[in-house]
Design a binder for this molecule. Structure first.
Ligand SMILES: Cc1cc2nc3c(=O)[nH]c(=O)nc-3n(C[C@H](O)[C@H](O)[C@H](O)COP(=O)(O)O)c2cc1C
Length: 345
């Protein structure tokens, strides 16, 4: 039985960012448990990496790579740390993180607060990497004069300790960052990254926004394939505002959780249609149950990630969804998760 329902009222009585800090501090003091043994049907190879379960923790929870192994131990098949920028930065003024309890959602405008890549590098060097995949999400500093140079620096600095790199061009909280998804800018960025990638370095993934216009998925897939991007993650938070019940719903920033679900699923379907299975996809946004994860896999995701549902359901959610997926595979007569990818599209 999960103890989280007992702890949640205490966590929710605190300001959201303070609760997050206390959670990370508590996790840091815990030994890194051995993760649960996942059913063999959940094992999957994506971009040459062997994932013990397709259910991962999305970027933003462990921005500074303080507890990746603890999170693997709690039952995520992979953990993405970051977003990490070359230089440390404070992020936006507080308050900048809001729980929308009645919507099972969060709005954040953190703005890439992090202690920089060099500090995280040292911590990641100490990881055993034995119990799952640790990926690193990289971004650009807000005040950088040359954002592309920041991504190149990130690729060079973090490749030695990353099992994969996630290029984040989709945070809404660094002004202008999302423009890197535009055709010319994306080509320039990915060309520079291709050049900087070390030989035998980690695979490179690209994380996109759910707020794309007509035809943009096709364009991004075409450019990503030309530049040998290994997977596309769909999606980051949305700047749109579906109808919300909570009074914090008018805060500015990126919306995640339940109200993002339909939009993120639609974006994933657009990317599946555009890529016809030629490039692996990672489904993210509003996933809170095994049914949600299963729907994303059947729509074409090889892997899934979540963050906001963990705030409401507790850290055992990765393990619970993995168990539910194994059941659905068995019921559907699939022997491996890869067979189910795109089976409903
Ligand atoms: C508080 C918070 C901080 C986040 N920070 C990052 C980040 O630094 N980099 C990033 O790529 N995504 C970040 N995200 C986005 C998540 O990784 C994810 O794409 C998004 O929240 C949708 O998934 P969810 O509905 O399961 O939360 C953040 C999300 C939240 C809620």
């Amino acid at each position: 039985m999960s103890l989280y329902p007992l702890a949640r009222p205490f966590a929710f009585a605190l300001d959201a960012e303070r609760a997050h800090r206390l959670t990370i501090d508590a996790l840091r003091r815990m030994p890194a448990w051995r993760p649960p043994a996942f059913p063999a049907s959940l094992r999957t190879t994506v971009a040459g990496l062997d994932f013990p379960s397709p259910v991962g923790l999305a970027a933003g929870f462990d921005k500074d790579a303080e507890v990746p192994e603890q999170m693997l131990g709690l039952g995520f098949g992979f953990v993405e740390v970051g977003t990490l920028t070359p230089q440390p930065q404070q992020g936006n003024p507080k308050p900048r993180l809001f729980r929308l309890r009645n919507d099972r959602a969060v709005i954040n405008r953190m703005g890439f607060n992090n202690r920089g890549q060099a500090a995280a590098f040292q911590r990641l060097l100490g990881c055993t990497h034995l119990h799952g995949i640790i990926g690193i999400n990289i971004g650009a500093n807000k005040d950088s004069a040359d954002r592309i140079a920041d991504y190149v620096a990130g690729v060079r600095a973090m490749s030695p300790v990353a099992r994969y790199l996630m290029i984040n061009v989709s945070s809404p909280n660094t002004p202008g960052l999302r423009q890197l998804q535009d055709e010319g800018a994306l080509k320039a960025l990915l060309s520079a990254i291709t050049e900087a990638r070390p030989k035998n370095g980690p695979p490179v993934f690209l994380k996109v926004a759910p707020d794309l216009g007509e035809g943009e998925a096709d364009q991004i897939v075409r450019i990503a394939r030309q530049h040998r991007v290994d997977a596309i993650a769909v999606a980051n938070t949305t700047v749109s505002r579906p109808p919300l019940r909570s009074k914090q719903g008018n805060q500015s920033g990126g919306l995640s959780g339940e109200p993002l679900k339909a939009l993120a699923l639609k974006a994933l379907r657009d990317f599946r249609a555009a890529s016809a299975g030629e490039i692996p996809l990672i489904g993210i946004g509003g996933i809170a149950s095994a049914d949600d994860a299963w729907e994303r896999i059947r729509a074409g995701a090889s892997l899934v990630q979540l963050y906001t549902a963990m705030v409401y359901e507790g850290p055992g959610i990765g393990r619970r969804i993995a168990a539910g997926l194994a059941e659905r595979l068995q019921r559907g007569g699939f022997s491996h998760i890869a067979e189910a990818v795109g089976s409903g599209s």
